[in-house]
Write a protein that binds this ligand. Sequence first.
Ligand SMILES: C[S@@+](CC[C@H](N)C(=O)[O-])C[C@H]1O[C@@H](n2cnc3c(N)ncnc32)[C@H](O)[C@@H]1O
Length: 305
Amino acid sequence: MFRMEHINSIVNPIGKGRILFYPYINYLHNTITTTISKRSSSTISIKQSCSKESVQDLRSTDLVALEYANLNLKQHSIQEMGVGHVRIRQHVNPLSSAFQVPAQVPDWGETFCDSSLPLVVDIGSGSGRFLIWHAKGSPETKNYMGLEIRQKLVNRAQLWVKELDLNNICFLFANATVSFEQLVSSYPGPLVFVSILCPDPHFKKKHHKRRVVQTSLVNSILKNLSPGGQIYLHSDVLEVALDMRSQFDAHLDILQHIDNVDPSVRCDERGWLLKNPMGIRTEREIHAEFEGATMYRRMYHKRDT
Ligand SMILES: C[S@@+](CC[C@H](N)C(=O)[O-])C[C@H]1O[C@@H](n2cnc3c(N)ncnc32)[C@H](O)[C@@H]1O
């Protein structure tokens, strides 16, 4: 199995001798990205590029560790984060009565160092690494809030926030379809960005009502988002991406797709963004691309009127 300590002992494939830790991470990351974008068998190509010495069995979890290596997050298993059952369910049913209780609105002044800053919300924030990476990069300009329905993921993310001593990010245990409106409308500053990234697909038709993107959530995002604010959606499941897209495309009187605002942003002929515009991939995105999946992406801009 590939481990982080192997990186130090890998021969530099672009020069002689051994190389330092971080340059190698960048090299490996670039290699992997290139490999995936060529849609070849990523495992085989990575093995070829990274020498036969160490990287025998690179897995997508290793790629997640590499993508987020410079956060230096401690290893906390999800299991140690909560009481009760150890098993983490793949999907929860957000319609069950346990998830209908609205999240308590935090004291914003205590939650953030400056609660007047523009707010970024990630709905279904999963492990939280994606949002933590952004929060660490913008410490004095924005606040970040992750909404996540799995308590143990929230506990672990909050522990990372504490360990990194960040005061511009929080994770809340919340069913976004129940709590988004109350949370966001009570926030003192402007809402400038909302992301919904790889939401749980709930494939069966009778379970579509469990999906997080429901009419009430879309309406609440549109109502609370500031003019000029943005919404970013992506999924590796075409059916889910189309479902989200149709719900936001229904409001093109209020929203514009980003390529109409910024012509440098390119879409394919079906209107999906060609590239991830976020500067980093989410965990689910890394796993999906490792398996060769296509990501379907849309980004909207709220009109000024
Ligand atoms: C497939 S994961 C994607 C996580 C992350 N966005 C990523 O791309 O790696 C979807 C996440 O959404 C969470 N989730 C599902 N329904 C939710 C809801 N109604 N409110 C908040 N979070 C929800 C799940 O618990 C899970 O962590």
